[in-house]
Ligand binder design. Sequence first.
Ligand code: GRF
Length: 200
Amino acid sequence: CRIAVFASGNGSNFQALLEASREGRLGGGEIVLLVCDKPNAFVVERARQAGVETYLFRPKEYARREDYEAEIAARLTELEIDLVILAGYMRLLTPVLVSPYAGRMLNIHPSLLPAFPGTDAIGQAWNYGVKVTGVTVHLVDEGMDTGTIVAQEAVTVEPGEDVDSLTARIHQVEQRLYPQVVKQFAKGRVRVNGRKVELG
Ligand code: GRF
């Protein structure tokens, strides 16, 4: 199973997926491409060190989202990508990418969706004062964190902890959960029936 990861930032999830792949924990999934819209993002350095091909683009150089997405889609086709994994990719997608990868494109979000979609979900949940939050892996559609939910794990806000500690614990859950879910997709062990998904 050939995988492309889309990311815009630090890339800790990218790294976790790479390590899972190398250690044989990704169901035969292999990360063959990083797609990144931010040339200075640390994830680009991670890919360079790991020898993963990187497709860099600058959205401002294109008139429309569909234009850069068509170029990305062409590269995904050339590389015979089976699965697209969004990991901190900070852009919405159009049907140019969503349609060909329907049911084969995942995102991870640091809240229990549908609560707190969008940016800074951990800060949103923290400021709201929730006692339980968590992590969601979902299929990608054109909306903001609206696709069919594939997996969720709850994280309880501990008495007395601060937002940095909560953030660190949520990231730990992400880095464990995402490779587990990607493995099920790589192995083809996923049944999608409308908004209902079964793994394993
Ligand atoms: C993660 O919290 C992910 O859930 C969100 O963006 C963050 C990316 O972190 N979509 P990283 O770049 O993988 O370290």
